[in-house]
Design a protein around this ligand. Sequence first.
Ligand code: F6R
Length: 603
Amino acid sequence: MCGIVGVVGKPAREVVLNGLKNLEYRGYDSAGIYLNDLQGHEYLTKAVGRIANLEEKLAPEEEGTTGIGHTRWATHGHPTVENAHPQYSEDGRFYLVHNGVIENYLELKEKYLAGAHFKSETDTEVVVQLVAKLAKEENLDAFSAFKQALKLVKGSYAFLLVDNTKPDHIYIAKNKSPMMLGLGDGFNIIASDAISVLDQTKTFIALNDGDCADVTKDSIEIQDCDGNKAEREAKVLDIDPNAASKGTYEFYMLKEIDEQPAVMRRLSTDYLDEAGKPVVDEKIIDAVSQADRIYIFAAGTSYHAGLVGKEIFEKFTGIPTEVGYASEAGYHFPMMSKHPFFIFLTQSGETADSRVVLTEANKRGIPSLTMTNVEGSTLSREATYTMLLNAGPEIAVASTKAYTAQVALQAILAKAVGEKLGDQAAKDWNLKQGLSLAAEGIQEIVDGKEKIEELAKKYLIPSRNAFYIGRGIDHAVSLESALKLKEVSYIQTEGFAAAELKHGTISLIEDGTPVIALINDPVTADLTRGNIQEVASRGANVITIVGKQFAKEGDNIVLPEIDYYLSALLSVVPTQLLAYFASKNKGLDVDKPRNLAKSVTVE
Ligand code: F6R
């Protein structure tokens, strides 16, 4: 979603622009930068569309040793230059960039800013005008006026503020939106995601909600809105900046699909010992073992990983497991069992919808675990426990390797808990071998990608719509596969429980409609074959993705044999590739599908 980069104490233009480019993958529709050279010159430039458009507009002399930049994913108001950030106050003194949503901006506007003139439709402009008003009318310095304004503001925010009467400072504030403070030698840098500025520093302070800070090139003062000072620990982040580069790939999505065998091996090494025993924090195992019900909350692809996890947890721990959309559970909290345990699946660790549920869980004292790919992310810091996916940075908006990592990590936890509870199936489950087979199997599938590209070209690209069908875990995978195809190729696709089609949706099948059938469930394999006949006889072009043990002549994609409970790790991969090739061959921007953002930090 929106991205923020600010720097104080060194030539800022390139640092800010590069940082913003590193955040491009998150999705945005306009960008802007403010630079101040501390010699009385300041520059504000904004552009709609890509950062390249912004760069084109920047004059050579536009440079400064204080700079703040922003990529905006429109919420309040269209993607226009006026609505792009930085927003500035009517008196021209304050410049503000903002990630998040101000819930009471209309109320603030009416109550405090009746006479002010607004140039944009944004909630952000209301805040910068409010700061300016408080500074002027109450004769406050910038930091005091900012903190005063924050007391009135309700919502989520990561703010960077510059006062052009004291431009060697950047004032920052955080609530519910991520914000990292990077420490440099003779400069400091602020970013909504550390990954964007790893070429500048690896030492970061993660700010807490409610923190405000006054940052200069060689000082950082962190306070709350009332001026109480706070100490926050700096940590050196162990992230390889090259892991986030595209290398020789045209698109990140394919690189990340191809990385999945390595991710499976890494999870196996990190979470299973030589003998295949899970290496999981005992406290987590104890906490889950004591639960009478597991609740998994997530959104989008992570939700689909949770649906697979449900099958695995119930099979190997015997603990009933429910999966819910975080966005729904936040405001319609499910009825709880006596001893619930919450698992949050979130690649980014920042999804606002999931965070609402976690906040409520914390209020109610419900123990929780975040499975995330981002160390130090908000949901990881706020949950009782964290398990990292260790999948390496995922840059393509469409999640691939984080999904398979989520499935595998849930399997590891299920085995650990099941063993603790004395479950025989868990004890007998050779997960080490399973993950090794998954790694080899994925490799085999990605090595045969040309065939999958042909299928995408022949059946998917000419079509406006498509269906995935499957039963059991295949149903969960069909939902994920459909999401992947529609989000990157814009082909309207739905995932269905195979037998459900005939209860209504089969009326949409016509000559040439692609129906992709997944068959990996031993119990229902033959039944799904029957469902294939139903659509084929009504004109559908059927593509089958079938485990070797269930394969028949004429099947299109035959997957290496694997345990049913790990079958999602293989069956999803051809569907990721189908989505990738459909998008690429339609000439679309595979990594940045329209309207989407990587890290969804608004509700
Ligand atoms: C789709 C996709 C999204 C995310 C969803 C939740 O490819 O990536 O559906 O899964 O926005 O994001 P996280 O996992 O970061 O909580």
